[in-house]
Design a protein around this ligand. Structure first.
Ligand SMILES: [Zn+2]
Length: 201
């Protein structure tokens, strides 16, 4: 969350993990231009150090898919709003952020999301032992650098069965908004996998 914490309203809720009342829960409603209201929620427990962030979209409630076609430096500043049940895919590089029980909400721009994925790939690299895997992950890390440095055309797909995740486009003509049927929404992944596939490039 990159909002100023002073703007947040504080409420009292016991910690969901240890039941301590030494928890700080802050919430805020963001009203963004060309966009619906977002409810930001943050909980921190000073006893067990549990923390949780999430985002709810106060207007959209339907399963939805957004696709943004980024092709220049300004497009890379397009913001991704990811709620805990949302997924983010970059088909050109075969990277995906999936929802899961420990998933959290965040707002970040395309470049920032790619850097986060790159950071997770670096963690994979640290634990990698096989030469083939080390090469594959190293190539993937370099590929992300190339996309960010050269602002190569990249599609970002955001899907959310509850319509809480979204894209705040730099250029709204490059954004596709697709209402999903319930059948399509049921097929959305809810697993733990971060990388669906690291392609050889
Ligand atoms: Zn706690």
């Amino acid at each position: 969350m990159n909002s100023n914490e002073n703007d947040f309203e504080t409420i009292d809720t016991p910690c969901p993990v240890c039941r301590s009342t030494n928890t700080k829960v802050t919430q805020k409603i963001l009203d963004l231009p060309h966009f619906s209201e977002l409810w930001l929620f943050n909980l921190r427990c000073s006893d067990c150090h549990f923390k949780y962030n999430d985002i709810l979209n106060l207007s959209v409630k339907e399963p939805i898919r957004y696709i943004y076609h980024a092709e220049n430096v300004k497009d890379y500043s397009t913001k991704i709003v990811r709620a805990a049940n949302g997924s983010i895919r970059f088909p050109q590089i075969g990277a995906m952020i999936e929802p899961g029980p420990n998933a959290e909400g965040f707002i970040n721009n395309i470049e920032g999301v790619l850097r986060d994925i790159q950071g997770k790939a670096r963690l994979l690299l640290r634990d990698a032992t096989e030469e083939e895997e080390i090469k594959r992950v190293t190539d993937f890390i370099k590929l992300i650098d190339k996309y960010i440095e050269e602002n190569l055309p990249i599609d970002v797909i955001v899907e959310d069965p509850f319509g809480n995740s979204s894209i705040i486009p730099f250029d709204s003509s490059k954004l596709e908004t697709i209402q999903l049927t319930l059948e399509e929404a049921e097929k959305l992944k809810t697993g733990f996998i971060i990388f669906e596939d690291i392609k050889d490039k």
